[in-house]
Design a protein around this ligand. Structure first.
Ligand code: CA2
Length: 165
């Protein structure tokens, strides 16, 4: 759960076609590449005392397996499932099995777009959603996970008392 060098770990998952960011559709998704978003996300996490494992896959099954990994070793999950947001009950089921907070991120405001993007299966397992704020949304999601992880963690003094009893 906690890496000694980088602190508690947040898993950030990105779904299909997000590897193409920065190359096409700048009017919708902006000009930042996924590598640039990974960098700003990691920087914000490190400022808050957290580490980030940032991944992208075009495969639904790989995303499901990665969500399952978050059952141990991570204090929260940030997920932009791309188009699987609107189709994948498998990703929803995997997210629903987690005990850690889940924050759903979308670069675009999915509610201002085509009707088929208005429904998200991911939202049903998410503690919160950030949409429409571009790459900044990932940093805001890190702040949300940091807040939620601290809320669910017993205070240091309480933990110390527990172990000495
Ligand atoms: O707004 C988002 O972050 C989305 O999750 C992005 C998905 C879309 O299917 C969701 O409805 C909303 C698509 C990501 C595709 O990204 C591209 C980037 C550049 C060129 C083509 C696709």
């Amino acid at each position: 759960m906690t890496n000694k060098a980088t602190g508690p770990q947040i898993l950030v998952l990105n779904g299909p076609n997000l590897n193409l960011l920065g190359t096409r559709e700048p009017a919708i998704y902006g000009r930042a590449t996924l590598a640039e978003i990974a960098k700003t996300t990691k920087t914000r996490a490190s400022q808050l005392g957290f580490g980030v494992d940032f991944r992208q896959s075009n495969s639904e099954s790989e995303l499901v397996s990665w969500v399952q990994e978050a059952r141990t070793g991570f204090v929260g999950v940030i997920v932009n499932a791309g188009a699987y947001t609107h189709t994948s009950i498998a990703i929803l089921d995997a997210l629903a099995a987690l005990e850690v907070p889940v924050v759903e991120v979308h670069l675009s405001n999915i509610f201002r777009r085509e009707a088929f993007r208005h429904h998200s299966f991911v939202s049903q397992a998410a503690t919160g959603i950030v949409a429409g704020l571009g790459p900044k949304g990932y940093e805001l999601a890190v702040e949300a996970i940091a807040h939620l992880a601290r809320l669910s963690r017993p205070r240091r003094s309480a933990r110390r008392k527990k172990t000495t009893r």
